[in-house]
Write a protein that binds this ligand. Sequence first.
Ligand code: CEZ
Length: 795
Amino acid sequence: MIRPSEDQEYYELLTPTALPKASGFLWNEKMMIHVNCRGYVVAQFMQPEPAKYSHAPNLEAKTFMQPEQPYYAHHPGRFLYVKDEESGEVFSAPYEPVREQADQYTFAIGKSSIVWRVECKGIHVEMSLSLPREDAMELWRVKVKNLSGAPRKLSIYPYFTVGYMSWMNQSGQYHEDLQAIVCTSITPYQKYQDYSKIKEFSDKTFLIAERKPAAWEVNQEVFEGEGGITMPSGIRDQELLSKGDARYETPAAVLQYRIELAPGEEEAYRFIFGPARDEEQVAQIRSNYLLNTNADGEDGFTAAEREYDRYIREGRGRIEIATPDPDLDNFVNHWLPRQMYYHGQTNRLTTDPQTRNFLQDHMGMSYIKPQTAREAFLIALRQQNANGAMPDGIILHKDAELKYINQVPHTDHCVWLPICLSTYLDETNDYSILEEKVPYADSEQTESVFQHINKAMFWLMNDRDERGLNYINQGDWCDPMNMVGYKGKGVSGWLTIATAYAFNVWAGICESSGHSDKAKEFRADAQKTNEVVNQYLWDGEWYARGITDDNVKFGISTDREGRIFINPQGWSMLSGAADQEKQSKLMRAVTEQLETPYGVEKLAPSFTSMREDVGRVTQKHPGSAENGAVYNHAAAFYIYALYTVGEKEDAFRLLRKMIPGPDLEDIVQRGQLPVFIPNYYRGAYRQFPRTAGRSSHLFNTGTVPWVYRCLIDGLFGLQGCKEGLQIKPQLPAGWKEASVKRDFRGAELHIVMKKVPGLDAIEVYADEVLVADGILKDLQPDTEYQVLVNIPDEI
Ligand code: CEZ
């Protein structure tokens, strides 16, 4: 039912019904498109805020991407109806809107294209989507082939939904000269001050056809008639579409081609669909992409597909693995770096990413395009206040402002600075970033990155109550935990623990950069913080999540709901707060109360009603998102912590649960293909087992860089350090060997790891020479190394 293609370049799904929400996504510098297996699509482009050109049938609220995004009959989509002119039979590809069962069906998600191959009633349809690198538009190829033994007379109808564009002004018509449907609208607004922005918008939606259609329809209601979207009257009752237009009516972009195909004969079409400012721009696009060719006789369309493919391939990861687990290999080699790259390139299609998201997304980018990560860290630090505080969001565009969640004060942003920077330093050894001089948002003063981060650490040290616990205000990492501390007293257990970890990480960086005094200071404070944590937050078997404004500890054994939270547990292993005994206790509690077949839950039991001293997290549906889902970001922190303390079996078991499969039952329950990690799988496994495991299908998540770190620093133990590359694998018990190609600071390492019985400790050989401390030093760029790692079989 699902499989990687032979060359591993695509992941294929062979049915449109078993995983109806299975999806893939493409993006470029200006847009993102999320496509599901049945032909439904959510696409957004930046101008500079996210906007749509293929809209829902009613006015949509502007919000962030939704988890478990519902699809419905008139959901925006891209379809091809096929009518047999002799029998009158109709089917549609990919599957919607007609829902005729195909004889063969493949939905193939590639890195730079998404393809459907559908065989129905003796006709083979192939639809494929790609993007250009820069421009916001979709490049579509459609092929129709006669597989039957007899000649066929067909009408085919590409149907690109335009939807409800605007209550102020919407229309659409076919332009002979452009060979295109162009739909026009005015983005609704009311304040005259908005006019200057609105007038610059690309408020038109176009569908350009390479081949001249026989007819078209631009009026959705006329097209569908009484037949409705599953069997439009325009198709069922008419030989030719009526060549209609839309005048303050909902537009649609439908074309008709009439073809006669001999047995085995195929016809090919190309279309471009997207937003534009005016007809002139549509004409320009048509000539650039379809009419003009370059010196090699290649037109803009084909060149754009090729260039886009190259752009996506620039997003390669730093490891290529071959392990006893081929599904893990496929995911790690092909899809995980791509998802990290997407985050680093697009910043989740927002002009004001949350500070923690921005920093962690660029922690991931450190593996892919370290230069971009470097710039991102500097951009963030330029927006820091001189008192050390980081803002809630990072402004990326001159017209951007802090919106939505960024208007809610959170207290954790400073914590991410040393953590994310440490990954960048491990990977690049570029300590010069610490010397970069950067201004502050609210002062003329310019100071080094080193000073900036010191200030951030001091800010965290000072934003504490008399006990030494960090205030939470209206949220920490957990956005919707907004009522624990809004009165100014409540504290976050997790954040206090996280500051201890951040101080230790920063101390490590201070040491490596010749600031040993500072290192001592921060180590001492980390230790003090850990003591405070153990004094106030240890609950006997695990750590509490926090203490409310009214001095009520929560996330503890006497709580009926929200009894245990994952974040304080994992981070206490990172910070060093948990000693051996506490560690084994909390790990047992996590396994017993939070682990499920789909991963480890964020909290349990999920809240079933509002807890007013915790906040809106308790109002989310139990088992969804932060209210007790397997929230993969939090799960990844925990797994990373397990690797940090050498708990490799638990770590690997949980890591593996992040990827759908390999068995079919698991894939069906999650409903998602293993081409990305979603922000959550439904939890509340012990409360609502029926829905547990379901994917949110939301691929915006801070999870991915942490998973990459779990692989690099943990599982394969190939982490960079000041001196070079530290080799310290933690392969699970079941693996006898694994090999990794590791790109590191320009060198290429071919590493074979083998379990060897009777060995006392790990042995590392580089080009057959034993490396005493397991650290490969003096690696030269553009040089290949053969590395052998012998691992005692019993560890
Ligand atoms: O957003 C994420 C944030 O982007 O939630 C994480 C947080 O650490 C990330 O920075 C945990 O709270 O507002 C809400 O209730 C939403 O649930 C968001 O908090 C959540 C969504 O997943 C965004 O896609």
